[in-house]
Design a binder for this molecule. Sequence first.
Ligand code: P1T
Length: 383
Amino acid sequence: MKDKLHFNSATIHGGQAPDKGYGAVMPPIYQTSTYAQTTPGGHQGFEYSRTHNPTRQALEKSLASIEAGNYGFAFGSGLAAMDAVLKLLKPGDEIISTDDLYGGSYRLFTKIFEDFGLKFHFVPMSNTAAIADAITEKTKLIWVETPTNPMMNVIDIKAVVELVQDKDIWVAVDNTFASSYIQQPLTMGADIVMHSATKYLAGHSDVVLGALVVNDAKLAERIGFIQNASGAICGPMDSFLTLRGIKTLHVRMERHCKNAATIAHFLNENSKIDKVYWPGFEFHPNHEVAKKQMYGFGGMLSFVTKGADYAAAIKIVERLKLFTLAESLGGVESLAGHPASMTHASIPKELREKSGVVDALIRLSVGIEDVRDLIADLEQAIG
Ligand code: P1T
């Protein structure tokens, strides 16, 4: 069934059937830690909820379905999902990561896993040659975030996959900014797809949750082992909320993309704006790659106003009324962020600025409101 469904049906039905108990159409919230056994080992496939929970299992099947993969895993947050991927590695192993990525991912890599003997190389990955140069015999993982947070660089997933074709190196793609609607990395040959499902997948800013999807059975077995042994799982209520969110992913994403495109053009034509970062522009350096591997350009964009400094950017985000100044993204409501002081504050200033995350940069997560109200809000805030 899974393989036959189109994406807009997979979001609603993928991996799901009415509940066996009473035929509930939505998977019930199995708010239980444990399951009755008739004799030791005599159970209905569920023993203890760290290992398996029916609501989480329904979500994991849904995740696999929308990513066109075989095995889904749900975690307590996006970072918990990443943590599980890094635990596939051993001291001395090397990881190549994009140099422009979510600040929390950078912090996990450098402040936690470097101490366990992993070595990270941060390179500008929209230049495939820079990745090739960083590969050594010890490279075990290439961590791709595309589009990148918050500079909206687009990395050619197929080109990365081709680079490691004859090597024992996993390619993992953080698909948070695009969402599964826009981009399905496993279909391009990636080994692991990761989501902060907190964002577009759940879609309503009411849950923190992470996801991994893979195709390979052996890799799935190892990730499943880590998920159970380390225990960073999500609860049944959060699994339910994410499942509910996924059911409308395709319709929400269409509007996110449309509104973001309108706002990107509005900002680009505004005389007060210096730069707009959005992969839908023909002048975006990775526009051709975006067109090739993405089905739409997403709901995220960043911009810098002319002559703005730290204080000027802060003033703009404080003046916004309909855009809420907040961390996170991908919910139905529009959010604005100041990466240098918020989501990317854990990256040293010098490094941050090298990748374009300057003090004047403002990031927008464009929601699904009436775009005329969003533009009016930006107009009054920019002045
Ligand atoms: O917050 P969490 O669910 O743990 O996911 C972390 C994460 C991973 N990858 C990307 C690309 C992300 O954007 C995030 C979380 N980002 C924000 C909270 C933010 O405002 O950018």
